[in-house]
Design a protein around this ligand. Structure first.
Ligand code: 5GP
Length: 147
């Protein structure tokens, strides 16, 4: 796409839109009226969580600044809880916009990955995790969020 072309429209058929509509399941960590956090089905590390707005935003560039401000606060909350839940040494937080940026699901999302000294990230889009493990990890992070 050239710099002058319009960005692609939001596609309501994307997988995260289906999760938001309850059409496919997820291992939910947290939800409020504007935000949903759930486990990545192909985690790049233990506790890999996705934080998404409920607003129809395709990329980082498509969300209103005030909504983004609220979303990033939730990213920080989830990151704090995920680090505590897994007794992690650190965190990696990342966001891809458009295919050229590495995005594969076209609904804005932030990745939150607890990190451990000396443990590399697994590949993006690696193997599927066991659903029961993801549910357990979501419950651990949710408990840490409750404090
Ligand atoms: P992106 O490359 O767009 O930044 O990341 C999309 C992420 O969504 C990937 O890390 C991938 O593992 C994850 N993902 C893809 N499909 C599903 C799904 O159906 N459920 C969940 N929970 N995660 C998904």
């Amino acid at each position: 796409m050239s710099a002058l072309a319009s960005p692609p429209a939001y596609d309501d058929g994307n997988i995260f839109a289906k999760i938001l509509r309850g059409e496919i399941p997820c291992a939910k960590v947290f939800e409020d009226e504007r935000t949903l956090a759930f486990m990545d089905v192909m985690p790049q590390g233990e506790g890999h969580t996705l934080v998404i707005p409920k607003a129809r935003a395709r990329t980082l560039l498509d969300i209103a600044p005030d909504a983004l401000a609220g979303l990033i606060v939730q990213v920080q909350r989830v990151a704090t809880a995920a680090k505590a839940a897994f007794s992690a040494d650190g965190l990696t937080v990342f966001q891809f916009s458009e295919a050229a940026g590495g995005q594969t699901v076209f609904h804005l999302h932030f990745h939150v990955v607890p990190r451990f000294d000396g443990v590399p990230l697994r590949p993006h889009e690696g193997g599927m995790a066991d659903a029961a493990v993801l549910k357990d990890h979501a419950a651990r992070i949710a408990a840490a969020l409750r404090g």
